[in-house]
Ligand binder design. Structure first.
Ligand SMILES: [Zn+2]
Length: 615
């Protein structure tokens, strides 16, 4: 399961705190294996193998994920399935796994008398989403770096920052909490929001300082690579320690704390230009680290060329990355037993159940194990972009992501509205099983089925709920509820066979989402500004935001935008990535008419869009 990013609103709250599942009395009651039902012992052994230390948390770029891919491939071979990748069973593709600091990162300060170089990782550090480059020039203090018309507040008002380096404080003015009514920090406090705002005001670099510290708080630098952001925010951004920056402030007659107090006392900006004699020269040199990973694909032929996809992602967080929910344990293996050895072993188990039916099924089955899911649904995006079987013959996609923690027989099934017959079929089949099922019609969510619904393929998504070990080293194999997962696999097997044997292929239905879930920039989740209605393509590489789809009847659709368009301009804001788009949308209001430009087949297309209320 891909972790909620600023642009991804997973319905975490509904599934949070389901607590630990204790795999009690496991397997004890299991009688002799029935070849027509899932084997909890074999299933549990597969989860254990995939989540073993040898697999290194199946992080992109590790040897462990290659071992996992080999395990999956060997199983498919032993079951006599056909290779269905681009290279035998594999479909290789390249992902960005992180960033590293190359030589040449420096921050030099000249105060008219002497020149001083700050120490990397000690006095200053770049953020991993910073642009690389050399920047020099005068400095401007831009308060918290916030432009918040909804609070009548703008640190950049009457401030010329064009081609200058802005110094900004972490967080936001103290008065925002009361004004926003939610008590906590608003989105203006996010580092990426400060970077985008500075860039949109024409600044060429941002130096972030912690500012006044709370009791017991230390003036610490953020560890490089520990803050999520776009690949490149389009502006140089570094963090410097208060101690290093305070001298610049004192040259103007006030300390950092005094400047900050001045803002906070009246929630009024107190921006200023530093004296010309202080000159900053900044060099940032960041290299993105890349790795080749593989989707693993196997085919069971049917009587026709139509087929069903049964899939799960097999990658996880490796030794922990920005998506770890135990940041203090980054460096330890995040085994990802539930996320998603549980679904991967589920695909293997269904391959065991279905392989003996070779040539007997009405339609074929594509078993698909995706990589790159945790990095943004990249494996499934790659497959729908470069399908290894004809996309128009794909009848349905069944996705399993985190099915190993069934508790009190509760199961979540998403996508039930995307296939005309899905709901009836599920209702009929579930009578044979003990599950209490919660349905969601929407086919969008934080896992790989999203890539397929974007291609108008009906999807079903099986999920047993979030828990307190999610994205932590404690997501271990021993906590997997194998007996109930096996029952769920029998249920999924029945459902797949029903879809397979239907005379007519299941018709795709566009779900009209009254409670839109999924991507905010696409029209889901609250708190992300008005409704636009595009669905971003997570596998894109273009500059801008590529639409994998546009919701029917949405403002974007009414303006004539369609799948494949690449958004590059939204009002007066250039759009380089999803973060820019989310930021621009948040700055808009319901009823605004915005001039939007997209690239269609590389050519600009303009239209006005009237933004609507999220329903
Ligand atoms: Zn995950």
């Amino acid at each position: 399961m891909h972790r909620s990013r600023p642009i991804l609103a997973v319905r975490l709250s509904r599934w949070r705190a389901t607590g630990l599942v204790v795999a009690s009395a496991l397997l004890a009651a299991r009688i002799a294996a029935d070849p027509n039902s899932a084997d909890p012992k074999r299933y549990w052994d597969d989860v254990k193998a995939l989540a073993s230390p040898d697999m290194e948390g199946r992080g992109a770029g590790t040897k462990g994920i290659a071992r996992a891919a080999n395990l999956i491939e060997q199983r498919y071979r032993s079951l006599g399935l056909q290779p269905a990748g681009a290279k035998s069973f594999f479909q290789p593709f390249t992902v960005i796994t992180g960033a590293k600091l190359n030589p040449g990162n420096r921050l030099d300060v000249e105060d008219g008398k002497s020149k001083q170089g700050l120490k990397l990782n000690q006095d200053f550090v770049p953020f991993s989403f910073s642009a690389s480059g050399e920047v020099a020039g005068p400095m401007v203090f831009a308060g918290f770096g916030v432009t918040a018309p909804e609070f009548g507040y703008d640190d950049y008002a009457h401030l010329d920052v064009k081609d200058k380096i802005v110094v900004v404080l972490r967080y936001e003015p103290a008065g925002f909490a009361a004004k926003s009514g939610n008590g906590g920090l608003t989105q203006h406090s996010q580092l990426i929001a400060k970077a985008i705002n500075a860039r949109n005001h024409g600044a060429k670099a941002v130096i972030l300082i912690n500012g006044k510290l709370g009791d017991g708080e230390e003036d610490q630098l953020t560890r490089f690579g520990s803050v999520n952001g776009p690949e490149n925010a389009g502006i140089v951004i570094v963090q410097a320690k208060n101690d290093a920056a305070n001298a610049w402030f004192l040259a103007t007659g006030k300390s950092i704390a005094e400047a900050q107090n001045q803002i906070n006392s009246a929630t009024t900006p107190a921006s200023f230009t530093f004296p010309d004699k202080i000159q900053i020269s900044l060099g940032v040199n960041i290299e993105k680290t890349r790795a080749t990973v593989n989707n693993v694909l196997a085919y069971l032929p049917g009587k026709t060329d139509e087929y069903i996809i049964i899939g799960a992602h097999y990658d996880h967080l490796g030794y922990g990355n920005v998506d770890s929910l135990a940041p203090s344990q980054i460096g330890q293996i995040h085994p990802g037993a539930d996320d998603n050895a549980s679904g991967t072993a589920g695909v293997l188990e269904l391959a065991h159940l279905l392989a003996p039916r070779k040539g007997q099924l009405q339609r074929g089955i594509l078993f698909a194990d995706f990589a790159g899911e945790e990095l943004g649904l990249l494996g499934s995006a790659e497959w729908v972009k470069e399908p290894t079987l004809p996309l128009d013959k794909a009848v349905a996609m069944i996705n399993m992501d985190m099915i190993g923690r069934i508790k009190d027989e509760k199961v979540f099934v998403g996508g039930t509205g995307t296939g005309a017959t899905f709901k009836d079929l599920l209702d009929e089949e579930k009578s044979k099983f003990p599950f209490h099922i919660e349905y969601s019609a929407s086919g969008y969510g934080a896992s790989d089925h999203t890539s397929f619904v974007g291609k108008q393929i009906p999807v079903l998504f099986f999920f047993s709920g979030l828990h307190s070990d999610y994205h932590k080293p404690s997501d271990t194999w021993d906590k997997i509820n194998a007996p109930d997962a096996a029952k769920l696999l029998d249920f999924i097997d029945d459902v797949a066979l029903r879809i397979d044997s239907a005379n007519e292929r299941v018709a795709f239905v566009t779900v009209k989402e009254d409670q839109p879930g999924g991507q905010s920039a696409s029209g889901g989740g609250g708190g992300y500004g008005p409704y636009f209605g595009s669905i971003p393509d997570f596998g894109q590489e273009e500059n801008g935001v590529k639409f994998s789809d546009v919701r029917p009847g949405s403002p974007a659709a009414k303006a004539g935008f369609k799948a494949g368009d690449v958004l590059v301009q939204f009002g007066d804001k250039p759009i380089h990535n999803l973060y820019d788009f989310t930021d621009a949308l948040r700055r808009s209001k319901v009823g605004d008419v915005v001039d939007v430009q997209v690239l269609r087949d590389g050519k600009p297309v303009n239209a006005s869009v009237k933004l609507e209320q999220r329903k």
